[in-house]
Each structure stands twice: as C-alpha cells, then as structure tokens.
Design a binder for this molecule. Structure first.
Ligand code: NCD
Ligand code: ZN
Length: 345
C-alpha cells in the first residue's frame, strides 16, 4: 500500500481569490500547496482590461509568497477590445480570457448576451493562441438549472468552436457526463477543468435532510451518475481533464441566507480530498497527471520543478472548519468523510 506520494507541485486552473481583506485571507490557503493558479476575473467591477489585470496581479502578489504565480484572466464583455486582449497576452499579463454568459453566476452581469458580438475577439484569440475559458451554462429561464450545461454545449459552445476552429477552449468546472463525452469526442484543442467538490458531492448532498448552503455552487452538482462520470474522467489519465478547484469564498452570512451565494471554498483541504478520491478509484498513480501535468500541457507551460509530498496517516488529518476573512468567517468545504492524506509543506 502506498503511504507516501511525491508529485510535481500542483497548479489550480480555476480559482477565485477576490480582493481586499478576503484576498489577504484566502490567498495563503492556495499558495501553501499550489505553484500557479488561473485567477478568475469576476470582481466587482470585473477585470476587463489588461491594465486592470496587471493591477489585480500586483495586489495578489502582495498577498502571496514569491513561490506562487498568479495567471491572470480577462472577463470577456461585448465591449472587449481585441487589440487590448492580444497586447495584454503579448506583454505576459494575461494567460486566458473568461466567458460568462450574462447572469449565469456570481458577478456575471457584465457577461456576454449576444455571442456574435465577441466574434472579433475570439478570432484574435485563436490567432494569438489565447485560450477561452467558458462558464458553460445557458441562462435562458426556460432551461432547467440541471440541464443548463448540456444545453450550453449544443447552443453556445459547439457553434463558437465551429465558427472559430482554431480557438483553444477550456470548459470550466464540468458537472455532467454530457460534458465529459463532448470533450472526449473533440480534438486536443478542447480541455476541461473538474473541481474537487464535484468529484465528491451530488445533488442529494445539497438537498436531502435539510438544505446545505455550503454545498451550493454553480454549476450546481448533478445526479450521482454524473459525479461518477467526472471521477472516471479525472482518474482516467486522459490529459484533457485537469484540476480547477473553483474554490470560491463567500462569508457564512452570504451563504447561509434566504438567497445564498453560489460557491464552495475548497482551497484549504483540496489536495487531501483529491488524494482520497484517487485512492478510492485505484488511481493514485494518476493524481499527478490531474493536479500537476495535464494543465501545464494544455496551457503550453512547463511543469513545476518543485514537488509536494503527500503522506497517508493512520489517524484523520484535521483542517480548520472556517477561515477568518476580515468580513466574517468562510466555511471550508466538508467532504463528509475523514481525510487521511497529509500534505507536507
Ligand atoms: C463562483 C463565485 O463565487 O465567484 N461561484 C461558483 O459557484 N462557482 C462563480 C463561478 O465560477 O461560477
Ligand atoms: Zn469559478
């Protein structure tokens, strides 16, 4: 039985760090174990220009050690200037561009309504090799929330990729067997991130035995068959699937509310949870691919040369239940089972 595992230092390909006091509180939780992270731009107001991304990156750097590299993204709007995107990428300020359908999730009001209006930006991105990261849910009120990802693939993603075939796309935080099958059916210029929590919970965890606001995120967890498909994809060794935690802190009062915010905060215990999920799937030898190799390969970045060691202990590893954020406590995701993999810092 494997008791110790050393892997190249992981990266998080989808992370919310927020700003101000919250940034100061949560950034160390990620920087402790991860070398790089793709930083989501859905601040209020969103990060829409290269100059804003550069300023946000500087704020993140003051909150993190030099060993951590934030990889910045721009929030795509119908007013995004293709020249600004390309210039910011060429200057090494941004790594990717994020597409939020308007209204799909937290702070997405400035997102895209008419996808034809961003065609010129997408063409410029394809030309420059800049990946597009998609929040893959339609916002049509007639589409059931549990179907919004599958419908997004048909109505938005596939048409975009057909119109701009050179575009490299990452489907972010996939939650369905439909998304897994779509990625598997496509060429290598399509990848997908999978979160820690979607490998662990299904919709029953949110709704059975009382509503659990800390399990509510977007895209919402689906039925068990989808969770199983995600575990199979993540542990399959297929390099198109890689870790994006979507760790998304909200204070407890914002989560435990009559209109609770979407987002699970998993930065603190993500790697312990993942080690357990992969061990249970008999795929511990594939953990490093998912956390540390497949992402850099997709993004055409080098693998980290530093390493991280995970050690299995006989007694459960304890993590804080909450992180103090300055604006109030943030609850750490509870996987619902004891964790035995300790991360040696
Ligand atoms: C994210 C957030 O809180 O910013 N919430 C979430 O449920 N995942 C937004 C997002 O990535 O959709
Ligand atoms: Zn997110």
């Amino acid at each position: 039985m494997i008791q110790s595992l050393t892997i190249p230092r992981p990266d998080d390909w989808h992370l919310h760090l927020r700003d101000g006091a919250m940034l100061q509180a949560v950034a160390p939780e990620t920087a402790r174990h991860f070398a790089r992270a793709i930083i989501m731009p859905n601040l209020v107001p969103p990060v829409v220009t290269g100059a804003q991304a550069e300023a946000y990156r500087a704020r993140i750097r003051t909150a993190t050690p030099d060993s951590f590299t934030p990889l910045m993204t721009l929030y795509l709007t119908e007013a995004t200037d293709p020249a600004d995107v390309v210039a910011a990428h060429r200057a090494g300020i941004i790594t990717a561009v994020k597409l939020y359908p308007a209204g799909a999730t937290t702070n997405s009001a400035s997102g895209v309504r008419d996808f034809d209006r961003v065609r010129a930006v997408l063409d410029a991105m394809a030309e420059a090799g800049i990946p597009l990261l998609t929040h893959g849910e339609v916002t049509d009120p007639e589409i059931d929330i549990f179907d919004r990802e599958a419908v997004f693939i048909d109505r938005v993603l596939d048409p975009i990729r057909r119109a701009t075939p050179g575009l490299r796309v990452v489907m972010e935080h996939i939650t369905t067997a439909d998304a897994v099958a779509y990625v598997q059916s496509q060429p290598e210029n399509l990848g997908a991130t999978i979160t820690t929590h979607h490998l662990v919970i299904n919709r029953n965890h949110i709704l059975v035995g009382g509503i659990k606001p800390h399990y509510y995120c977007l895209p919402v967890a689906k039925r068990e068959t989808h969770r199983v498909a995600l575990v199979q994809a993540a542990t399959s060794g297929d390099a198109r699937f890689f870790l994006g935690t979507d760790s998304a802190p909200h204070t407890d009062d914002a989560k435990e509310s009559a209109c609770g915010c979407a987002g699970c905060f998993t930065a603190t215990n993500t790697l312990s949870i993942l080690a357990q999920v992969f061990e249970e799937a008999g795929a511990l030898d594939r953990l490093a691919g998912f956390t540390s190799r497949n992402g850099p390969a997709f993004y055409r970045l080098p693998e980290n040369t530093t390493t991280l060691t995970l050690q299995k202990s006989d007694t459960p590893v304890s993590y804080p239940a909450k992180i103090e954020s300055g604006a109030g406590p943030v609850t750490v995701f509870d996987p619902g089972f004891p964790l035995y993999w300790r991360i040696l810092d």
